[in-house]
Design a protein. Sequence first.
Lengths: 116, 108
Amino acid sequence: GAVVSQHPSWVICKSGTSVKIECRSLDFQATTMFWYRQFPKQSLMLMATSNEGSKATYEQGVEKDKFLINHASLTLSTLTVTSAHPEDSSFYICSARDATSGFEQYFGPGTRLTVT
Amino acid sequence: EDQVTQSPEALRLQEGESSSLNCSYTVSGLRGLFWYRQDPGKGPEFLFTLYSAGEEKEKERLKATLTKKESFLHITAPKPEDSATYLCAVQGASKIIFGSGTRLSIRP
């Protein structure tokens, strides 16, 4: 149980274009989803927290107009990187939590984004 | 200020050589302490949740313990497939904080 999927697993896009990453909880209802960014050999950096049906809460320093997050259902959240630039290249990981069963977060496999 | 510190940063062991990883924390309103395993290029895999001092959890060769200031992840007779980065995270009253991880390498 507690499986989270992400799609795509890797994506290459040109500078200036937008890319959407999907995060799905497959066998539980995710009342809260989180989006993280991870640089090589570094720990996870929380970007934003989203609750189903509500606007996402962004961490300090994260541009909300650049990283659009939608959590339209209890099983799906999307992260759209708008007008991507090479410095946005990173490993993006989502996680999901069912608040009715505890504080554990279950992570997706991650998406490697390369902006050329 | 809430904080999580993991040590050592990296650990190299021989197969079968038992050891422990440390996670020291300061947090207001502890809701839970979590251990995750992360393989290169993959998302973290959930291992354990500990809620209160004195609690212990076990899974195969791994055992996690918790005190009021730190948690240990004990690995007994490790195998090469246990090589990974182990992350500790603490859920406080308002947010979760991750440590920087311990990169564990087990030589056959």
